[in-house]
Ligand binder design. Structure first.
Ligand code: HSE
Length: 436
């Protein structure tokens, strides 16, 4: 007789509703693949009265969230409500009760993953989180299970769909930042608090999870240098395009030659012939460099209802397979047991060496280009290209765009600070790293 895995769902918004839809649409296929029936028993939500899709079985709804994790008729808690304060203690309690947990909550895993995984281990429970990173792309499984036999040296990618969507819409259609953000929210890509998408926080959560798996290192969001896309202006996108680059929300985790981890999230100019420059809208992509593999690219929908729900459901299937086999913990969710994670030193962003795109608004007066070049030169920043554009006769100001040779981040910042002190320079100056 087919056994049943009883599911308690926490959260029934975009992703939770998607999980219900996939459970219905793929019911027979799932049962035959897993040999375990998957059945939702309880659905915990904050607001029962909120209008919901017809697929949601309203008789299962409760606003007593604790009752879902305490219930004896729930084997696996599926947390898709997001946030830390409410979801964190609920997830911990579920694990302490020996219930398996599947979550899409990247903030929680990135910040408290070690603690939660230790609780899971101690109580014989599984904790999976494929949907927390890059939506529908099975990147965690690939790092955990396929590349377990290799040594990853660099991950580089676009891991926030909302910010990629915004920059793509600005670049392709000239859509305003705010309008593009509203479109991303309407499409269900954005976080409940979209500031996390815009300021790079969401991508930093994801990069911390990715880097932990890829490098066997204890990485939290605090280790990730983070800049948002909110400083990118339409004119930067246009200048970059004319120079042969796209501006993308980039996330990088790289082992440096001195054995440190270079961890950063920021907008970057990417040469148009690089695959990452051609990842548009809410699509995500991760380039993986590894010693034996060489280089590979995984790309696909990084946000959105069904791609994310599909990843959540794939974890439920893993739990069900373990359940059927009477096993758990065979594959550590972060590729190694938590106690084996290493403390690898983080590379200081100020010591990073890269090429940079700089944009200054300056008074259009004799000697201004010489002034910029002199200050940059004094800080050991060498100019590769420089041009001036957009002089306005009434305002008598001009935009100067400079591409530098490789320079140290610290020197770039010092040079900009000195240039901005000049009375003929309007602040802020804009600086965007060029990722080769
Ligand atoms: N807000 C996230 C994004 C959702 O835009 O990528 C997927 O994690």
């Amino acid at each position: 007789m087919t056994r049943t895995l009883r599911i308690g769902l926490l959260g029934c918004g975009v992703v939770g509703t998607g999980v219900l839809q996939l459970l219905r649409d793929h019911r027979e296929r799932l049962t035959s693949r897993v040999d375990v029936a998957l059945e939702v028993r309880r659905i915990g939500v904050r607001d029962i009265a909120r209008p919901r899709d017809a697929i949601v079985p309203t008789k299962l709804l409760t606003d007593d969230l604790t009752s879902v994790v305490e219930a004896d008729d729930v084997d696996v808690v599926v947390e898709v409500m997001g946030g830390l304060d409410v979801a964190g203690p609920l997830m911990r309690r579920a694990l302490e009760r020996g219930k398996h947990v599947v979550t899409a909550n990247k903030a929680l895993i990135a910040e408290y993953g070690s603690d939660l995984l230790e609780v899971a281990h101690a109580h014989g429970a599984d904790l999976y989180f494929e949907a927390a990173v890059a939506g529908g792309i099975p990147i965690l499984r690939v790092l955990r299970e396929s590349l377990v036999s290799d040594r990853v040296t660099r991950l580089r990618g676009v891991v926030n769909g909302t910010s990629n969507y915004i920059l793509s819409r600005m670049a392709q259609e000239g859509v305003d930042f705010e309008v593009a953000l509203r479109e991303a929210q309407a499409a269900g890509y954005a976080e409940a608090d979209p500031a996390l998408d815009i300021n790079g926080g969401d991508a930093a959560h994801k990069l911390a999870i990715l880097a932990t798996l890829a490098f066997g290192a204890r990485v939290t969001p605090a280790n990730v240098y983070t800049e948002g896309i909110d400083t990118v202006a339409a004119e930067d996108i246009a200048f970059a395009r004319n120079l042969g680059y796209a501006i993308k929300p980039l996330a990088v985790a790289r082992e440096t030659p001195s054995g440190q981890l270079d961890l950063r999230v920021h907008p970057a100019l990417i040469p148009r012939d690089n695959a990452l420059a051609n990842i548009h809208d809410a699509i995500n992509a991760v380039q993986i460099d590894a010693a034996a593999l060489g280089s590979g690219l995984l790309s696909g929908p990084g946000a959105g209802q069904l791609p994310t729900a599909m990843s959540v459901l794939s974890d439920i299937v893993d739990v069900a397979r373990n359940y059927a086999a009477g096993a758990h913990g065979r594959v550590p969710p972060r590729a190694v047991r938590e106690v084996r994670l290493a403390d690898i030193p983080v590379h200081d962003i100020l010591e990073l060496r890269a090429r940079y795109y700089l944009r200054f608004s300056v008074a259009d007066r004799p000697g201004v280009l010489g002034f910029l070049a002199t200050v940059l030169g004094a800080h050991d920043v060498s100019i590769e290209q420089m041009f001036q554009e957009g002089r306005s006769d009434e305002m008598r100001w001009a935009t100067v765009v400079i591409l530098t040779h490789r320079a140290r981040e610290r020197d770039i910042r010092d040079a900009i600070a000195e240039i901005e002190r000049d009375e003929y320079v309007y602040r802020p100056a804009h600086r965007i790293l060029i990722e080769e």
